[in-house]
Design a protein around this ligand. Structure first.
Ligand code: SF4
Ligand code: SF4
Length: 456
């Protein structure tokens, strides 16, 4: 009879039996990110909040499953296979799991570290080239972006888009091309740019000077919303400082795993606002949820850079979403009636990334004539997630369908959101369903209300 004692079997979901050999064994993710991921106690409370898990019910497409995969690769018990990469790519980085997590696992941080490692170790030469072209040679350069924007705008107003759609239906060009084209934002007739003086003065009594991050896609595709943001801030007593040397915030680069490009854009933005009196600014205001979450994360992004670590923290501490800022300082502009029944979509990077949920609703409640009807699961992703809808069109479409069902159930005539990606995605879905609703940015509604008050 054997007297040997047997060790209990290792259960990957049991933190007591699954002791890691050592963190970051393969250099897959750093120790700091490894520490963040081992806080997961596998409770599963995040599963029902995860849009991809709800769509297909697969554990590897849940937050817990993805953390397990990243951990196993880091510990060397699982190779970084195409299958693992596929499950990580399916993640929207919507961060709904962070809101649900009782262990405070910073999932977004871990996922971005994993994507960075994949880009460094496994990406194909084509993917590396595309990433470098996008995030080193295009997004950090506003003039190049504007030039590309002019070309795209010319193309969008030409007969070519209709020809591409017809050719895709006839099977002459790939269907994916036609889908990508339908998803691309329709660029504004005139792009937004900072005034030559970099400052738009307050109208009425001056209360504050605030910085404004104008974004990279917003000036091209949402120029009227950027103008509306300036008017709303100015009407509320703010001198609006828009440094012309600011850059893209780097959010898309971070989501794609290109941390170095994101860090270099962060440094350029800190320099730009410091050159325009960062210390004197009451706030740095942003109207795009995805950019806001990125800007608030500059302290973490540049934590190992001795020249910028402290400056990044000071910068990030001033960043506020436009709704957050207006509610904090109080709305002083007169608001006129806007007669609409609206529903509000909580952008993931506003509600989960920044914890801003009440403020947009408080602003809507101030506007006479607005009736807010809450939709079911308003805090669930719409499937946009940066360029996720282009990279993962099937999963994105499944998630969007659920969102549109919830929108339709409210009988609202307008969907309000505070993020360009959500507006593009929802508006595309509404168009494709042939619905008579439109999606609008919260500041567009506020601007309409201020204009209505002025015309009384
Ligand atoms: S970030 Fe969103 S999609 Fe990714 S695992 Fe978390 S809840 Fe799911
Ligand atoms: S809720 Fe948090 S601790 Fe629980 S499984 Fe999800 S990530 Fe892990």
């Amino acid at each position: 009879m054997s007297t040997a004692t047997h060790a209990p079997p290792i259960d990957p979901y049991d933190p007591l039996t699954h002791v890691p050999p050592s963190p970051g064994l393969q250099g897959f993710i750093g120790e700091e990110d490894y520490e963040a991921l081992v806080k997961c106690v596998h409770c599963g409370l995040c599963l029902n909040e995860c849009p991809t898990y709800r769509a297909n019910g697969l554990e590897p497409d849940s937050p817990r499953g993805r953390l397990y995969l990243i951990r196993a690769v880091a510990e060397g018990t699982l190779p970084l296979s195409d299958e693992v990469e596929h499950h990580l790519d399916q993640c929207l980085v919507c961060r709904a799991c962070e809101t649900a997590c009782p262990s405070n696992v910073q999932f977004g941080q871990v996922m971005e570290a994993a994507r960075h490692a994949i880009l460094e170790t496994k990406a194909t030469p084509q993917r590396r080239l595309l990433t470098a072209l996008a995030f080193r040679h295009l997004f950090p350069h506003p003039r190049r972006l504007e030039l590309v924007g002019r070309l795209v705008r010319w193309y969008q107003r030409s007969p070519f888009p209709a020809l591409v759609q017809r050719a895709a239906r006839a099977g002459i060009v790939p269907r994916r091309l036609a889908v990508m084209e339908r998803m691309a934002p329709r660029l504004s007739d005139a792009f937004f740019s900072a005034p030559p003086t970099a400052v738009v003065p307050a109208t009425g009594p001056r209360r504050f000077a605030v910085g404004m991050v104008s974004g990279c896609i917003m000036p091209l595709a949402f120029a009227p919303t950027n103008h509306a943001t300036v008017r709303v801030l100015s009407a509320n007593g703010c001198d609006v400082v828009i440094p012309p040397t600011q850059r893209c915030c780097g959010a898309l680069a971070s989501h794609a795993g290109d941390e170095d490009s994101a860090a270099s854009m962060a440094r350029a933005n800190i320099d730009a606002f410091e050159a325009h009196g960062l210390d004197r600014l009451e706030s740095i205001v942003i109207n795009s949820a995805g950019c806001g979450a990125q800007l608030k994360g500059y302290g973490h992004l540049l934590r190992h850079d001795p020249a910028y670590a402290m400056r990044a923290q000071s910068f990030a501490a001033k960043v506020e979403d436009v709704a957050e800022f207006l509610v904090r300082v109080g709305v002083t502009a007169n608001l006129g009636p806007v007669h609409r029944t609206v529903t509000y979509q909580d952008a993931c990077h506003l509600v989960h990334g920044q914890g801003v949920r009440a403020q947009p609703r408080e602003l809507l409640a101030l506007i006479p004539g607005i009736s807010l009807v809450e939709m079911r699961d308003s805090t669930r992703c719409c499937g946009s997630a940066g360029i996720y809808n282009i990279l993962q069109p099937e999963m994105s479409a499944t998630i969007l369908e659920a969102k549109l069902d919830n929108v339709c159930a409210t009988a609202a005539t307008c969907v309000v959101a505070s993020n360009p990606g959500c507006l593009l995605q929802i508006n595309m879905g509404l168009r494709e369903r042939g619905l008579e609703l439109d999606g609008k940015h919260l500041v567009d509604i506020l601007d309409e209300s201020i204009t209505a008050a002025a015309s009384v």
